[in-house]
Design a protein around this ligand. Structure first.
Ligand SMILES: [Zn+2]
Ligand SMILES: [Zn+2]
Ligand SMILES: [Zn+2]
Ligand SMILES: [Zn+2]
Length: 420
């Protein structure tokens, strides 16, 4: 095995920092800034960029991406019917993002990708808010789901050598046929008339029927064109290009950078205004607007928590993701209330071992997805993803992990979001 190519493949990885130089650098920076009391874990920030080449976001190149279609790591054993639907409205969930985050030192996690899906309905997310506390009473319904998939270096789907990224990389096999409406989920159901188009659900079949399949269906019956089977060639179908059918969000590549590379906002005046001054400049909000945001938080603890949250993200306001897989790492909570205690975090459903914090998704992502900033639109303060500490193995390819969503109190001004 060529150790150099193994290293190249590893360079795709997001993993806790092991580079001593970097750690020294962070400590120095902390000493200089002298603004943080807590010891800081080394956090990696995710930013979205328009894909330079959408072909670089396919499964066999192990991408981290947001929106568009999921690049399934295991392209055959996709999540089953019952785990891909919103627990409230029953619609298929929409792909939010995936992070390639392999773990060193274990053969089974040579490749490892985490996927987040959610229902785009804010009404469902509000119901989800109550359910996320109730895991002890059985498996609660959720509108946000996280899957973990991992593969050994030697596996049936991909070469054990790192991709060359020169356009010649190919997966070793095609995946299962996908739904021709959403392109997201396995197309397990065939159109009853033409028996050529595939769907993940009756809902998507109905939507495709209404939007044109009604007239195309009989033409497909007459033609001898093959079944619309799009395992990995799913991108050929134009129906979900650019989210035209509203079953996908716009597609982005996720680029990772070290938080330590970003400057802290220096505030003039006393330390209590650090958070707010950063937002005034970054979000172009007036002091009154800010005051009204602050007023919505009843508890002082929430005000303090939000100011600290804003201060942290002001270092890089465009961040959509914060990643730190480290037993001692903690998420950055916008609010003090509505956080889970240890008892509220379930054990791993597979090995029964503990879960640990791995990453959190910031509301900025909604801005890039073009989600409106009004009271009925999807919104959250943060989505915290916890995964099995052992990253355990099981016969199930897509293992469900745990998401905790913190939303803001009902408000007309959304704190923490860039505005259009
Ligand atoms: Zn729903
Ligand atoms: Zn579908
Ligand atoms: Zn048909
Ligand atoms: Zn486990």
């Amino acid at each position: 095995m060529d150790s150099n190519s193994a290293k190249n493949l590893r360079s795709l990885t997001i993993s806790p920092l092991e580079d001593e130089d970097e750690e020294v650098h962070i400590e120095e920076a902390e000493a200089e800034e002298d603004e943080e009391e807590d010891e800081e874990d080394s956090v990696q920030l995710g930013f979205v960029e328009k894909p330079k080449n959408p072909h670089l976001l396919l499964s066999h190149l192990f991408p981290s991406k947001a929106g568009g279609l999921p690049a399934w790591l295991d392209p055959v054993n996709l999540p089953p019917d019952n785990s891909r639907l919103c627990g409230f409205c029953g619609d298929p969930l929409q792909f939010l993002l995936q992070i390639y985050a392999s773990i060193d030192g274990k053969e089974s996690t040579f490749h490892r990708t985490l996927y987040v899906f959610m229902c785009p309905s804010m009404a469902c997310l509000l119901r989800d808010q109550h359910e996320q506390w109730r895991h002890k009473e059985g498996s609660p319904s959720r509108s946000v789901k996280v899957f973990r998939c991992q593969l050994a270096r030697s596996n049936p789907y991909y070469s054990s050598e790192p991709p060359k990224l020169d356009g010649t990389d190919r997966p070793l096999c095609t995946g299962v046929p996908m739904c021709c409406w959403c392109g997201t989920w396995k197309g397990g159901k065939l159109c009853g008339s033409c028996k050529k188009t595939r769907y993940c659900s009756e809902k998507h079949q109905a939507m495709h029927w209404k939007s044109g399949h009604k007239s195309e269906c009989h033409k497909l019956i007459a033609s001898d064109s093959p079944i619309v089977n799009n395992g990995n060639g799913v991108q050929d179908l134009t129906v979900f290009k650019n989210g035209l059918n509203k079953a996908t969000w716009p597609e982005y590549e996720i680029v990772i950078e070290e938080e330590s590379g970003f400057e802290w906002e220096k505030s003039e005046g006393n330390s209590s205004s650090i958070g707010t001054s950063a937002i005034v400049t970054k979000y172009n909000k007036t002091d009154e607007a800010l005051q009204s945001v602050m007023d919505q938080f009843e508890a002082d603890a929430d005000k303090k928590s939000w100011a600290s949250f804003e201060e942290h993200i002001s270092r890089a306001p465009e961040q959509v993701l914060r990643y730190c897989r480290n037993e001692t790492a903690k998420p950055l909570w916008p609010l003090c209330s509505g956080r889970p205690s240890k008892a509220e975090i379930p054990p791993c459903r597979y090995c029964k071992g503990p879960l640990c914090y791995e990453f959190q998704i910031m509301p900025q992502l909604l801005y890039y997805f073009g989600v409106k900033n009004d009271s009925n639109s999807l919104d959250w303060g943060t989505i915290v993803v916890l995964t099995c500490l052992a990253s355990c193995e099981s016969s199930i390819s897509y293992k469900e992990e745990f998401a905790w969503v913190q939303i803001y109190p009902a408000t007309s001004i959304r704190p923490g979001r860039l505005t259009m």
